[in-house]
Design a protein around this ligand. Structure first.
Ligand SMILES: Cc1cc2nc3c(=O)[nH]c(=O)nc-3n(C[C@H](O)[C@H](O)[C@H](O)COP(=O)(O)OP(=O)(O)OC[C@H]3O[C@@H](n4cnc5c(N)ncnc54)[C@H](O)[C@@H]3O)c2cc1C
Length: 469
């Protein structure tokens, strides 16, 4: 039972402030990106610096409070928030420091990818992230990080040079190839299981303009398109990225009126090579079939990163299902045609993100991310603003997933799992890295303080007692 005195002390010790259920602003502070999630934490610690994080971790441990860590609050399963416990909200820790000489950027644990792109783009530099700029650096990075630059520069974790973290016992450590290398291995894909990461340092690359955007086709062309796309991605140069999607054309400019609300299939391209070569690279793509909509052209990297932000503002209802995919065979394509033609709402979609190229040249045991041999990360998302449509979007997502799962590689990208998929899915995702993750969890968080995540369950408590996994 929490006593008022201990809460008073926590409040006095934090620079960033503590929000309680009776405070004005509590309902805003507990909202996460997915409006399907409603949780009511006992306390929200708005951490302004590392000292605030240390005090909050110590408080949760000493008071035996459930602890959630929130960076961007984008997690589909709502893993950035919890009922009745303490939320460490890192949003106030938004700082960036670019060093153009060493081509690195250090970012606070509360940054979004939009914050990072803003800071690096003026130097003509970028690091691989995702496809929506409002996503948090924290969750996306710790789970792996798939985006437009994956085929050229690898996953986000492949560009992580070091991280600062507060551990379960309240100590502050650095994780890098040289310092605490086991922790550094685990946080590159193992999620928030091992500590609160207060800052990340990434390698930057010379990326200024990208030649990219959506190219969309009639649904009747889906089967041909998918067959052509799967073969193209297997042989494409690393510079060329393109995720396959089913979508509904939004009823607003800049989309032509005759396409408004039309369901289509297509590829969102991102060519990160020399702009002078782009037209040549796209010549065979354009020659394959005339697209019904071709918005592919040169644009600044942050413009591509935020292209879908307006379509997906916070506050929609989201339900996801995902798998890794090695091969898209003709039977799988038949199921894609069936479900892709039946998108249940304007915002619902299916994406196949390529993760071959540079990401596949890192060893499967070199980081916690195990599926280095998968070619795509597949995700079906039922999305709608209106909760009254949840049954329809969830049912479509589940049926689509069930129809495609038999053709998948087994595990799923950990950041595309919902919160409720069970330990077997987590084990399948980490494959033969799971045991090593458990060993590192036993070392750094034996009492499982950090468990509001895709949890790696420790098997040894601090006392040395062995517990079953
Ligand atoms: C619209 C949308 C688009 C997306 N697009 C992509 C994409 O293109 N590529 C991609 O790879 N993923 C994508 N994702 C998935 C995304 O990576 C995950 O949802 C991720 O969890 C979001 O991170 P966050 O910090 O915003 O989430 P939060 O909800 O804040 O946190 C998610 C999890 O990470 C942990 N965590 C977060 N920060 C820290 C930290 N600093 N220290 C320790 N633990 C921490 C939390 O405890 C929680 O378990 C997308 C998600 C959405 C909703």
């Amino acid at each position: 039972m929490l006593n008022e005195q201990s809460i008073k002390e926590l409040k006095a010790n934090l620079r960033g402030g503590v929000i309680e259920p009776h405070d004005r602003g509590y309902d805003d502070a507990r909202k996460v990106y997915n409006a399907m999630i409603h949780r009511r934490p006992r306390l929200i610690a708005r951490c302004a610096d590392v000292a605030d994080v240390i005090q909050s971790v110590n408080f949760a441990r000493e008071q035996s409070l459930l602890l959630a860590i929130r960076s961007g609050g984008h997690n589909a399963g709502g893993l950035g928030i919890c009922d009745d416990g303490l939320v460490i909200d890192l949003a106030p820790m938004k700082y960036t420091r670019v060093d153009p000489a060493t081509r690195t950027v250090t970012v606070g644990g509360g940054c979004t990818w939009g914050d990072v792109d803003h800071a690096t783009h003026v130097f003509g530099l970028a690091t691989p992230s995702g496809i929506i700029s409002t996503t948090g650096v924290g969750g996306l990075t710790l789970g792996g990080g798939i985006g437009y630059l994956t085929r050229r520069f690898g996953l986000t974790i492949d560009n992580l040079l070091s991280a600062d973290a507060v551990l379960a016992n309240g100590t502050f450590v650095k994780a890098s190839a040289d310092e605490n290398p086991d922790l550094f291995w685990a946080i590159r894909g193992g999620g928030g299981n091992f500590g609160v990461v207060t800052s990340f340092t990434f390698k930057l690359h010379q990326i200024d303009m990208i030649y990219g955007g959506p190219m969309l086709y009639e649904l009747s062309e889906t089967a041909d398109m998918m067959k052509w796309y799967r073969d193209l991605i297997l042989a494409a140069p690393d510079d060329l990225n393109g995720f396959f999607a089913f979508l509904t054309v939004p009823p607003a400019p800049p989309f032509p009126e005759h396409l408004h609300m039309k369901k289509m299939c297509g590829v969102v391209w991102a060519y990160a090579g020399a702009l002078t070569k782009a037209e040549e690279i796209f010549q065979p793509i354009r020659a394959f079939k005339k697209a019904g909509l071709d918005f592919v052209g040169p644009l600044p990297q942050p413009a591509l990163q935020s292209m879908f932000d307006a379509l997906y503002p916070p506050g929609l209802q989201w339900y996801w299902r995902a798998d890794f995919v090695n091969e898209i065979n003709d039977q799988a394509i038949a199921q894609h045609v069936r479900f892709g033609s039946a998108l249940p709402s304007m915002h619902s979609t299916m994406h196949l993100y390529p993760i071959n190229g540079a990401a596949s040249r890192v060893g499967k045991n070199d980081t916690a991310w195990n599926y280095r041999d998968a070619i795509w990360a597949q995700v079906m998302v039922g999305v709608d603003p209106d909760p009254a449509n949840n049954e329809k979007t969830i049912s479509w997502t589940k049926s689509y997933y069930n129809a495609l799962h038999p053709y998948s590689a087994g595990g799923a990208y950990v950041n595309f799992l919902m919160g409720d998929e069970g330990v077997e899915r987590v084990k399948a995702t980490y494959g033969d890295n799971y045991e090593q993750l458990v060993a590192i969890k036993n070392k750094y968080d034996p009492d499982n303080l950090f468990r509001v995540n895709q949890n790696i369950k420790p098997t040894k408590k601090k006392s040395g007692t062995v517990v079953s996994a």
